[in-house]
Design a protein around this ligand. Structure first.
Ligand SMILES: *[C@@H]1O[C@H](CO)[C@@H](O)[C@H](O)[C@H]1NC(C)=O
Ligand SMILES: *[C@@H]1O[C@H](CO)[C@@H](O)[C@H](O)[C@H]1NC(C)=O
Length: 621
């Protein structure tokens, strides 16, 4: 009796818990395997926001997750959303739930639209990590993998350069270095050195390669102490290279988190042309920064540069300022000494620190889009620094390394997904419910819904609805057996059509409440019921007009929500009464056994606070 009660309670607690855990994820009838993250969004000045979509790559753990720990439905990977948080593309299935990084649109290749991203290796290394370029049909155009003697395709950066001949990537290598530079000649240790490569996109071969071990001193870092333990089997992660860009003059700008320094590297001979920040800055500067990410050229004419970067100002160990900020800085390398002048400092709107990761993007209208990384927090600023928008994932279980905003035209090759089912209690009130979505398609304005009397019959337009969400529902009158949909753009053109689907019928019509013939109703022939131009507005012609049906359905759905609410209350009541039951039961059991087991605290990895757990598991930020 007590056991049954316990099981009963467990079941309900689990159900209630599952429900709560679910609220921050989207779910779709057409793509049940996709559970995309929801956003919480605040628009402060919608009119001044730049046009475009958000590009994010949520992950739960930054390292590849063991398959046994991975949540089976699709969540992590590349995603596109519009500015209302409406899902546009879920790329997770394409990458099998692998982590992806630096996901963005690429418009500098040949006038056509592309996407680029880093797909992380799998846990078992059966699929290597790499930099991948997709076309606007979400097909792989090209991909390159890690260089020889490197550990993996580094997750920090994959920047396709103008024309698409080459791309920049960060490169980490394990090398034994002599500690002479820090006063211990002859003492040799293994280091995880950081650098970058410009890679030929066609062959993957390095066109230019640079490594910190050849150009920087070990003393530049604040992260190497001889008494420290190395970072795993790869050695001391002493510089932590995390960003690279190239200007039209062929020189590279790079960021190293553990030296608090931005370096300019000559594209001719790899020498360090100058250092900004850190212990050996070559600039007279009117600002400070540290633990920075994502340095990029905004403008550069060879001697004068405007650069952008995220001044995290803190990391897992140190806190240098109270708030992280996006920075725009003007560098004059003709002055003596060289000068670095702050143009803009955009503090994180919630006043917090991004201790790890993040990025800054200057949009075409000079708005600034900033990814603050943790929990997908992101914001858009006007050029004057006004906060126009802030958003974050509803779920605190996910982050994105970087977040971007781009205009993009997605044209999937796969047809729209359609699911239709029929409901009703008698032949007069039968309705066919359509659910349609088209993963990755931008610019769909309306959906047209069709029925046909038989396979191969002429499709008859039974209705149309404005697309407002990723998935769109439409209620058609009558049992439409053969159905299809067409996506219509803003000019009324057909963008694509679904396959013709059969409508799902209940397994058991009687059990589903249908009072007519035992075998269920017969489908209608839409060409007689929905004939074109025949009294479109007359309700009597087609029974219940679809507008009314939509209202009835909305009312039903509201009623369902109320019932669900009542359900939760019921669960609570059951739960509370069960607790009392358990307490009584437990007392009874304990009394019978007269043997009390001592309480043991079993620490588990899950019990670490977020930041600590992350420190344990990753080195990739
Ligand atoms: C670069 O820009 C600066 C500031 O606008 C200007 O003074 C300088 O002459 C420019 N140099 C070249 C080589 O165009
Ligand atoms: C689309 O639906 C509306 C009613 O919702 C209707 O007035 C209009 O004629 C329909 N358009 C087409 C092309 O059928």
């Amino acid at each position: 009796m007590a056991t049954t009660l316990c099981l009963f309670i467990l079941l309900f607690v689990q159900l209630a818990f599952a429900q709560r855990q679910d609220d921050d994820l989207m779910s779709f009838v057409t793509l049940p395997e996709i559970r995309a993250l929801k956003f919480e969004i605040t628009h402060h000045d919608r009119d001044r926001a730049s046009p475009g979509y958000w590009f994010v790559a949520p992950y739960g753990m930054i390292d590849p997750e063991a398959p046994t720990r991975q949540y089976l439905q699709y969540q992590v990977g590349p995603y596109i959303y519009d500015q209302d948080g409406v899902l546009i593309w879920a790329g997770s299935p394409m990458f099998g739930n692998r982590n992806t990084f630096d996901f963005k649109a690429v418009n500098n290749l040949d006038g056509r639209q592309y996407l680029s991203l880093i797909a992380q290796r799998t846990f078992n290394d059966d699929i290597p990590g790499g930099g991948i370029i997709l076309n606007q049909h979400y097909e792989v155009e090209s991909q390159i993998f890690k260089l020889e003697n490197t550990w993996e395709f580094n997750v920090h950066e994959f920047k396709v350069l103008d024309g698409g001949q080459s791309a920049l990537a960060c490169v980490y290598q394990s090398k034994v270095l002599d500690l002479a530079d820090v006063g211990r000649p002859g003492d040799q240790r293994l280091f995880l050195t950081g650098g970058f490569a410009e890679l030929d996109l066609a062959t993957g071969a390095p066109l230019f390669q640079w490594d910190s071990a050849d150009h920087l001193g070990i003393h530049e870092t604040d992260r190497f102490h001889t008494w420290d333990e190395p970072m795993g089997e790869w050695g001391y992660d002493s510089v932590h290279m995390n960003a690279v860009d190239k200007n039209a003059y062929g020189d590279y700008i790079i960021s190293m988190r553990f030296t608090d320094t931005i370096y300019m590297i000559s594209g001719v001979d790899g020498r360090v042309m100058w250092r900004l920040g850190g212990r050996e800055s070559n600039f007279v500067q009117d600002f400070v920064f540290s633990k920075q990410h994502d340095v990029k050229f905004v403008k550069s004419n060879g001697t004068h540069h405007v650069i952008s970067f995220l001044n995290n100002a803190a990391d897992e160990i140190t806190t240098d300022e109270t708030v992280s900020s996006a920075m725009l800085v003007l560098l004059d390398t003709t002055a003596y000494p060289m000068t670095a002048t702050l143009i803009a400092r955009l503090p994180r709107p919630d006043g917090q620190l991004s201790r790890l990761r993040g990025n800054v993007q200057i949009l075409p209208n000079d708005n600034v889009f900033v990814g603050w990384s943790e929990q997908g927090y992101q914001s858009e600023f006007s050029p004057e620094g006004h906060v126009l928008m802030t958003a974050r994932f509803s779920s605190d279980r996910f982050s994105t390394y970087r977040a971007y905003k781009y205009e993009f035209k997605g044209r999937p090759r796969t047809p729209p997904d359609l699911v239709a089912s029929v409901y009703g209690t008698n032949d007069e009130d039968l309705t066919t419910i359509f659910h349609v979505s088209w993963n990755g398609a931008t610019d769909v304005a309306r959906w047209y819904f069709y029925g046909q009397g038989y396979d191969g019959g002429a499709p008859v337009l039974v209705g149309n609805v404005t697309k407002t969400d990723f998935e769109t529902m439409y209620v058609g009158h009558g049992f439409l057996d053969w159905v299809s949909v067409a996506a219509i753009d803003h000019d009324g053109n057909v963008m694509g059509t679904s396959a013709v689907h059969r409508t799902k019928t209940p397994d058991d019509w009687k059990a589903a409440g249908y009072a007519g013939s035992f075998n269920g109703p017969s489908p209608i022939n839409p060409s007689t019921t929905y004939s074109v131009g025949k009294d479109q507005d007359s309700h009597s012609q087609s029974g219940m007009a679809s507008g009314d049906t939509q209202e009835v359905l909305a009312a039903l759905s509201q009623a369902y929500e109320v019932v669900r609410g009542l359900g939760s209350l019921l669960i609570l009541i059951l739960f509370l009464s069960s607790i009392i039951g358990i307490a009584l039961g437990a007392y009874w059991v304990l009394r019978r056994r007269r043997q009390v087991q001592s309480y043991r605290h079993v620490p588990s990895e899950e019990s670490f606070p977020m930041e600590e757990a992350r420190l344990q598991t990753n080195s990739e930020d």
